[in-house]
Write a protein of this length. Structure first.
Length: 123
């Protein structure tokens, strides 16, 4: 089980990093009207031109490959539940790299997610 937990942690680190990179990339985008085809095309063009988005996609792809490796070693119900670690990782990565605040409700929610992961892991 330790092997599966470590594999899932690695997968979730890559995936969480991808989310943070997506957010970093979108923070610097100017969002104009998304109405109509021209507005959507301008948005897609801006997204595809941003390096953080591409790095995020690469991180997510690596996370997916590692995730598949975890599925080889354990039941989906276990691996999927352990995947909830992503919520915890994103909270802390967003705090440290994007300057997002962690308030009491986020902390309590994250604690409950951690408790759920522990309960599922020891079952």
């Amino acid at each position: 089980m330790i092997k599966v937990i470590l594999i899932v942690i690695v997968a979730e680190i890559w995936t969480a990093a991808g989310h943070v990179l997506f957010k970093k990339g979108t923070n610097s985008l100017e969002v104009h009207s998304l109405r109509g085809a021209s507005g959507m095309m301008r948005f897609v063009k801006n997204v595809l031109a941003h390096p953080s988005i591409w790095l995020g996609l690469a991180a997510m792809a690596i996370g997916m490959v590692v995730w598949l490796l975890a599925l080889v070693h354990a039941d989906l119900s276990i691996v999927f539940s352990l995947g909830s670690m992503q919520y915890i990782l994103v909270l802390f990565l967003a705090h440290f790299f994007l300057g997002e605040k962690i308030d009491a409700m986020k902390f309590i929610g994250t604690f409950l997610v951690m408790l759920g992961i522990i309960l599922i892991t020891i079952s």
